[in-house]
Ligand binder design. Structure first.
Ligand SMILES: [Zn+2]
Length: 266
């Protein structure tokens, strides 16, 4: 099953796609290599349907990161290096769905497929909350006490970012049935709710224990430890809990919430 003609076509497509990814500076070189490995894994364990879901996340994330990039850069601190992402981003966003996809392949238990779909949805939701939230005309409010905070402060949420996030989650989860995973409406709803929990967990960790820095040059709060190739000052949280760790924790925990809800209520 592993080497068939469909897999050969897939390999050609993924190689062409990775050249585009490098040319468009979506990922750096090692990030691209890691995503080729991850794409292959997803294809082998969940089939073409699972792979298409991951591609949806990838394309939505790319478009929203580049959308009004200059405006976002003026406002807060946009992703370093013009939005180019590294292998750490790939692993942080992809670990949960790779894990659940592999567990599904090994056990054939559909609960892991729910975990797989939910974690892709959370990764998409988190990206949209940040990238679209930066375009909000209103200042974000901290998820823990709803006080207004400066743009770029982790844990800050906006109405615009939250709506975009929920829309992204719904696109991923509802399109999973088009991609060949046939879950009924109740299960899809539970998966959406679990994914929304996941994005809230992302913000709650962001507001509490995530490392928060201040860049003296930009005079702005940031999640980035280094800006302009200089070390920023840590003002809150633990230095080892960076944005990637937060993404990893939120995708894992939100998916487990979906799975738990289905075990308990369904
Ligand atoms: Zn700066």
């Amino acid at each position: 099953m592993l080497i068939d003609s469909q897999y050969l076509i897939f390999t050609v497509i993924i190689l062409i796609a990775s050249i585009i990814v490098l040319k468009l500076k979506i990922l750096d070189f090692i990030g691209t290599i890691s995503s080729i490995f991850m794409g292959n894994l997803i294809y082998l364990v969940t089939g073409i349907g699972g792979f298409i879901l991951v591609i949806e996340f990838f394309i939505i994330g790319f478009i929203c990161t580049r959308f009004r990039f200059k405006q976002k850069r003026r406002k807060g601190i946009a992703q370093e290096k013009g939005g180019i992402r590294s292998w750490e981003n790939v692993v942080a966003n992809g670990f949960a769905f790779s894990l659940f996809g592999t567990l599904y392949y090994l056990t054939n238990n559909e609960l892991f497929l729910i975990g797989f779909i939910t974690s892709i949805a959370i990764a998409t939701g988190d990206t949209l909350a940040t990238e679209i939230g930066l375009l909000s005309s209103k200042k974000p409010r901290l998820i823990t006490n709803f006080k207004e905070v400066e743009t770029g402060k982790s844990g800050g949420i906006t109405v615009l970012g939250t709506i975009a996030s929920i829309l992204g989650i719904m696109i991923i989860i509802l399109s999973s049935s088009v991609n060949g995973f046939s879950f009924n409406t109740n299960i899809l709803m539970i998966s959406i709710i679990g994914a929304i929990f996941g994005t809230f967990i992302d913000s709650i960790i962001g507001a509490t224990i995530q490392a928060q820095y201040f860049c003296n040059k930009c005079n702005k709060f940031t999640e980035l430890s280094i800006h302009h190739e200089q070390q920023n000052k840590l003002i809150k949280g633990f230095s080892f809990i960076d944005n990637n760790i937060v993404n990893l924790l939120s995708t894992l925990s939100g998916s487990m919430i979906s799975i738990l809800f289905i075990i308990v209520f369904y």
